[in-house]
Design a protein. Structure first.
Length: 113
């Protein structure tokens, strides 16, 4: 486990899940990383993937201010792509419809709804 591989964000993602709050995340999704290009996520599970045991989170994206703030969707977010994250004061509405308790993309679940 090394700095920058995403392990440093596990506690923050699990904290958001445990407290029922949303996360504000800036990640490596675009070509230009600007502080205003953040996403609001609801965490449903955090774990390690089958592919290389990389830390990842099953999230429901509530808003993406880099693309379209009104678009919502499910995603398996690799935590190694996260640049910054912060637990917000906004209430999470997890679990969302479509959530699968035993995530098939994770070999080990560290925390979940």
């Amino acid at each position: 486990m090394s700095e920058g591989d995403g392990h440093e964000f596990i506690d923050t993602f699990c904290s958001a899940l445990r407290t029922g709050k949303r996360l504000k995340v800036i990640d490596k999704r675009g070509k230009i990383y600007r502080l205003e290009d953040f996403r609001i996520l609801e965490v449903h599970a955090v774990g390690l993937t089958y592919n290389g045991s990389a830390p990842a989170a099953r999230v429901f994206e509530v808003a993406n201010f880099a693309i379209d703030p009104s678009e919502s969707r499910w995603e398996l977010l690799r935590l190694s792509n996260v640049l910054e994250c912060k637990v917000t004061d906004e209430k999470s509405h997890a679990p969302r419809q479509g959530y699968r308790l035993d995530d098939p993309d994770m070999r080990q679940i560290l925390c979940r709804i």
